[in-house]
Design a protein around this ligand. Structure first.
Ligand code: UDX
Length: 437
């Protein structure tokens, strides 16, 4: 059955939601206040880099099921039977989720709605938000607005595959009819649907991201122990991951997690717990461990190179992970200033994110040009063009005793060493026995 759907916000979550629902046969209007974005989308240009998204934009436009609009002429004509809210909830200075964009959209819809609809919250909002919105905002509407929480679990770079093959679909509401309506939207997707109350759905989202962040910080702690005792984290992660209760995913050690979700959602969960008088100690440690991992390249290279003053350091990767143009909370953006503070000369390379410039650091187009005469190279993002470097050529370009710091444990360390370079990963060898931060 085809439903009239509105998606508000054309960021990663909203745009993927819109194009995928149109692909499933629904009639979708994607709305954004940013005129330039909407004009671009009408021409088939995606404002984000996400594999496969432009094909689905084209397909939706050709079929007539996908249209793009701004609310310039008011919200009422844009409101479908189901309205997804997918606007940003960035981290506020205090560490909380900033809900101002969500509130603005909800208020505008409430003020202008002239017919009943189901509001579906896709934006990540702290537990309790849905009920508070219903109490304070949605009750003032002229129309009957039902509310469903439907958190997203999409990974950037794999968002479309994740949409069509999710591990589960989570829907939370006090309104069974609204839950039925949203469940029906996902009819063509083979997945378990978890139907629950609003606060539980909201908490599932935060708990998932907090648990995955915990897994990463845990494996990073184990990697640091590996460095102390001379064990190998790849072997250890493989060994523990074979236990079905632990599982093999999210056990890759390195310089810590980044991105638009884990850092902000862990802080927001910590904040909301504190607000309720609860001290979430484990989560605080997860956040602290992640910050500490960022220091590793500076500490290790400083020691190995006998200080960083005037040393030439090449940073490979400015996005928070490969296959995305997203630099939010990318490790490199924290690590580069640390090297600069120590007096190093920094060159940065990335196949994406041309807008990223850091005062004092040089942006270089070609990776081999960047490596010429360098003292050390730090892999911050495991783009294939970096993991597949010709290490013999790299060694011929870099200075005599150059070091390769593999911040993602993604390089072939044998090939790096065979080329005559010094290799250091995170928990990958005993070279740093007893020298962990
Ligand atoms: C994440 C969640 O996976 C997704 O469900 C949620 O909706 C949004 O946040 P995303 O931020 O796109 O998705 O990236 P993801 O692939 O999960 O990686 C997050 C960060 O963790 C990256 O910085 C990545 O490098 C790091 N990571 C991941 C590790 O350091 N080790 C791992 O084993 C896995």
């Amino acid at each position: 059955m085809s439903t009239n759907v509105t998606v508000i916000g054309t960021g990663y979550v909203g745009l993927v939601t819109g194009v995928c629902l149109a692909h499933s046969g629904h009639s979708v209007t994607c709305v954004d206040v940013d005129k330039a974005k909407i004009e671009g989308l009408r021409k088939g240009v995606s404002p984000i880099f996400e594999p496969g998204i432009e094909d689905l934009i084209r397909e939706g436009a050709d079929s007539g099921r996908l249209t793009f609009a701004t609310p310039a002429d008011g919200w009422a004509p844009l409101i479908g039977d189901i309205v997804f809210v997918a606007v940003g909830t960035p981290q506020s200075d205090a560490g909380a989720a900033d809900l101002s964009q969500v509130r603005a959209v909800v208020d505008a819809l409430c003020d202008e709605a002239d017919k009943d609809f189901v509001m579906v919250m896709k934006s990540t909002v702290p537990p309790g938000t849905g009920e508070a919105l219903l109490r304070r905002h949605l009750s003032c509407a002229q129309a009957d607005i039902a509310y469903v929480s439907n958190p997203e679990f999409l990974r950037e770079g794999h968002a479309i595959d994740d949409w069509f093959a999710p591990d589960r679909i989570v829907l939370g509401s006090a309104d069974p009819k609204a839950l039925d309506a949203v469940t029906a939207l996902y009819d063509d997707i083979e997945s378990e649907v978890v139907r629950t109350d609003t606060a539980s759905a909201e908490t599932i989202k935060y708990a998932s991201n907090a648990f995955l962040s915990t897994k990463i910080s845990f494996v990073n702690e184990i990697a640091n122990v590996c460095d102390c005792v001379g064990a190998d984290i790849d072997q250890v992660a493989h060994g523990i991951g074979m236990d079905k209760r632990i599982g093999p995913d999210f056990l890759k050690a390195g310089i810590g997690y980044g991105g638009s979700c884990f850092p902000k959602d862990t802080h927001a969960l910590d904040f909301i717990s504190m607000l309720h008088g609860y001290e979430f100690r484990l989560l605080k440690s997860v956040i602290e461990v992640n910050s500490r991992q960022r220091l590793l390249p500076v500490l290790r290279l400083s020691r190995m190179l006998g200080g960083l003053e005037d040393r030439v350091i090449v940073i490979l990767g400015l996005t928070f992970k490969p296959d995305t143009d997203d630099t939010r909370e990318a490790p490199a953006l924290e690590i580069v200033p640390l090297f600069l503070e120590e007096g190093a000369k920094v060159r940065m390379v990335d196949p994406m994110a041309p807008e990223v410039l850091i005062p004092g650091a040089e942006r270089v187009e070609d990776v081999y040009d960047a490596l010429a005469g360098a003292d050390a190279v730090v892999l911050t993002t495991e783009w294939p063009q970096f993991t597949g470097l010709d290490w013999e050529r790299v060694a011929s370009l870099m200075s005599g005793s150059a070091v390769v710091f593999d911040g993602r444990n993604a390089l072939d360390q044998k090939a790096v060493r065979a080329a005559g370079l010094r290799y250091v990963g995170v928990g990958r060898d005993g070279e740093h026995r007893g020298t962990v931060v």
